[in-house]
Design a protein around this ligand. Sequence first.
Ligand SMILES: [Zn+2]
Length: 248
Amino acid sequence: MDLSAILPIPDLMQAKRVLAFSPHPDDNEVGAGGTIARLIHQGCEVIYVVATIGQAGTEEIGTTVQELGFIRKQEQTDALKILGDGKVIFWSYPDTMLAAHESTLQIDVLRVIREYQPDFVMAPDPWLPYEAHPDHRVLGHAVATGVIMSPFSYAFQQEGTPVPSPNIAFYGSAWPNTYIDVSRTFDRKLAALEAHKSQFAPPLGPQLMMYLTLHAQENGKKIGVDRAEPFKVMTHHHLHFNAYAWQS
Ligand SMILES: [Zn+2]
């Protein structure tokens, strides 16, 4: 069944205020950096909400958890400055442990949506097959739930002023329905990723850049441009009791 006639997919590039939820510093850049740069450039307010400060993001012994957290906060702030101007809200959930804090996280997501009243939110797609990182699954689910619950004032026993549901753009989706032309902002995306020095030293950094470049070129072909970022864009109607949402 083709839902698009009765339930159109909203235009992400019409967004006026975006809350971009990220499990760790760097995920927003990996999934949506070129699009975020375009949105900021055209006057959209982009606010990052980073759930953990990525204290577990190292394979080395030597750097303390506190030191790495400090470094990654600074890297995230620098990376967003490269994409454009924007605010970063850092939460202090423990890296890799979002699942153990799911109910508190859900309330925080709802609270921040009600406070900032975005017309769009972004998050990693929690329904990505083979996604093994629990923080990505848990935060993606929490943001999707926040979208459908934001109009209900007593959801999750949290009193708050109801606000209309924002639309959602999942990045890193296996079933995208929207391709954003990032041909002119892709270099900024790569530069923003390079700001995450603690994460993308060789060989991983160059490999990731190559993967993202090929991925963007592949997605660009879908809309006849050099490079594109794919998203699964949905309304709150898609996100509840909708058997066709995954293919719309
Ligand atoms: Zn991550």
